[in-house]
Design a protein around this ligand. Sequence first.
Ligand code: ADP
Ligand code: MG
Length: 693
Amino acid sequence: MISLQTPLAELSSMKKNFLPKLETLGLVSVRDLLFHFPVRYEDFSTIKPLAEVVENEKTTVEGTLSAIVEKKTWKRSMRIFEAELSDDSGRIRLVWFNQKLVTDQLKSGVRIRVSGKVESDRDGLVFRSPFFEHASRRPTHTARLVPIYPETYGLTSKFLRWQIEFLFGKKIAVPDPVPETILARLHLPPTPRALRMMHFPASLTEVEVAKKRLAFDAMFLSQLKSLELKSLWKKEQAVSFPDIPEFLETFEKTLPFALTGAQQNAARDILADLRKDVPMNRLINGDVGSGKTAVAALSARRVAEDGFQTALLAPTEVLAFQHFTTFRNFFSHTPFQIALLTRSYHFLDAEKSTKETLKNAIRAGLPSIIIGTHALLQDDVRFEKLALVIVDEQHRFGVAERGKLQEKTKVAADGLPSAIPHFLTLTATPIPRTLALSFLGNLDLSVLDEVPKNRPPVVTKIAATREARETVFKFSRQELKRGRQVFVILPLVETSSTLSEMKTAKTKHEKLSTKIFPEFHVGLLHGKMKSSDKESVLRKFKEGEINVLVSTSVVEVGIDIPNATVMIIENAERFGLSQLHQFRGRVGRGTESSYCFLLPGKNGDHDRLNALVESGNGFFLAEKDLELRGPGSFFGLRQSGIPDIAMSHLGNARLIAIAKKEAESILERDPELVEFPLLKAALQELSDNVHLE
Ligand code: ADP
Ligand code: MG
């Protein structure tokens, strides 16, 4: 008996030498193969008499083969096999190149079906390297919508089709986790049918239906997962922080600015969460520059008022240091102490410390706020009374990592034996609402979609020509002469090796400092630098000693330099809109007019970039990214284990809403899913393989 778990190695249809190739594609079990989907389909469903075929048409014909002959060619390495196919109405030539296999499979007098594109040469109409199979066979490679698989490592579509078709003949039991009543209500096919529709559809409509079914599975399960996590989280205890009259107003008075409406709303959401004795689990989904830090500070302040501690985790040491400085300003009128603990920094307020001393101080409850990288929770740091954990994500924290962090958070609840800390996450860039709902459904959301009013929009321009580039640099020199500062971002994506990254960055830096900005001090920041060196470069930039900062994208640029007014991004088309928006957000933080110049690479397609010129709204741009590049480009979703098919539907708000409703109603009836063991198992498997929260 073949089941989903049967290893491919045990199939009688399988030749051993294919196994390593299949494994490279991650295909080990029958299940893997059945869920390995075509990327597209060739429509060869019409069968025509030979007399009717016309040039350039994709079609199927059926007839009898004449002898196959090998043709001599002037190129020694090339072997050409030619045959003739005839039916009652006419004949046509068939040509294959270098496919010795063909002669083994096809003999004169055999009836075959052939699918391909009709071409022509001096001798008339011809099929070049068409798909074919014996006419007596059920149509698999011809005379239908023929699935085309991503071909890799020498595994042809033909081979995969053949294997998958073999499996469909075996009547394998494919358990369906989604209850029949739900499928019926939504007019979705059961899983086995959906699989067949994916591989061997009768029409393209069937493909769409099947995709919808698979997407629904992913969403429904993820909604169930979210609800489950949410209810587990709410079962925990947390310290409650009752209302302090006028707290928000009093806090606002210590700020050099008034809070935006969105900041106030988020602050109220948080204070309401803190009031409860169940832990908060909230995401501040905020636009770049919307002032998430102030909201974080307010939360920490509330917790400090009652003598409890807050840990603030930043993705890098550089950003941890910046938060430390910012928080020191926010808390300068208060008695509360702030610590910075990372690999290279150990500070308690203004005082430089050692790791040991600082750890002792934290354990004794001296600092109210402890800032560090996320290593803070992984290290052996112990707190006296940790009641709030804030995570500033930037790009680095994938969705998966946050899950781990939250687990750590529970463990780190020192001094509060029966309580866990409240949890607050800040996004680096806005997340489209639909995505947040599909994958972060266990979190409560506060949206910061408003940037402070007094801030002029960043003037954004695309400089695609040589002359335009010249103008950009000329303009930048003027700004520099006025005492402003300039960022230059290099498009070294994370896949490029750090060594070549360093080399490119150095070359570029050299050019900028000797040729383009010779009269200014040009600093360099790249991923290979020691973090103390990075810090010193950033400090010099912040203090104005460095005028132009050349930085690779791997270096976090969540930094706040109000005097920087120009952002130049090289090869901008290589980035997503959200990330570009994030870079742009580094300027325009002061009250001066600021500029962002997008310099596309030589052959870079830069149409997409117009969206940035037209909009300064991070949520709008994130939606655009979702539309253009798919959800994979968001916070490590690509590595999350969600199937691509489902990914392509993640922006489908209606489907998400339906999945959510169905998930709620099933859990309401049967919270433990006793009646739905298959669903329960699927959910468990999701927890093991897919990392969402
Ligand atoms: P982000 O949300 O991108 O992390 P920050 O918290 O770093 O943004 O804030 C961006 C800048 O805006 C900082 O210089 C901060 O002091 C300032 N800022 C924050 N809130 C306001 C406000 N309500 N009015 C004016 N400036 C603000
Ligand atoms: Mg920030």
